[in-house]
Design a protein around this ligand. Sequence first.
Ligand code: ZN
Length: 158
Amino acid sequence: MTIKFSQEQLQTIRTHAENIYPQECCGIIIGYMALGKTVVEVILTENVWSIETAFDFPTDAKKDGKTPDVLNKSRRYAIAPEIMLKVQKEARSSSLNIIGIYHSHPDYPAIPSESDRILAWQEYSYIIVSVPNGKAGEIKSWHLNDTHQFQEEAIEIA
Ligand SMILES: [Zn+2]
């Protein structure tokens, strides 16, 4: 499967990533599936990663919950569940869906981390933009296979 973006949509993600650097930015990708996935809208969201959200997620964060690293938004991201719900509702009212989530990797390649993999949902594409030294670089899209491993998915530019 491929995922199709416009130049403007990719630029929106890059700009968001640069503005939030050195923290991770995140957002929601709205679109539809026909032969491949087509992006209709990119929605910027706040990174709400915190000690509280850390405990909501089934990761290593639980056992390391007391360490300051878990609060570090340069390595983790979370989108508030109520925002996900609101965006899903709005998308459905226009016959669209949430088809993916994007986030940035400050000073790290555009490949999913182990926590990205553990927290990922089967239905979504995961778009990651690498931000070396505050400048948005490579953007890659990933989706899970049947054994919950990430595979790269081609980004088409409309
Ligand atoms: Zn990540």
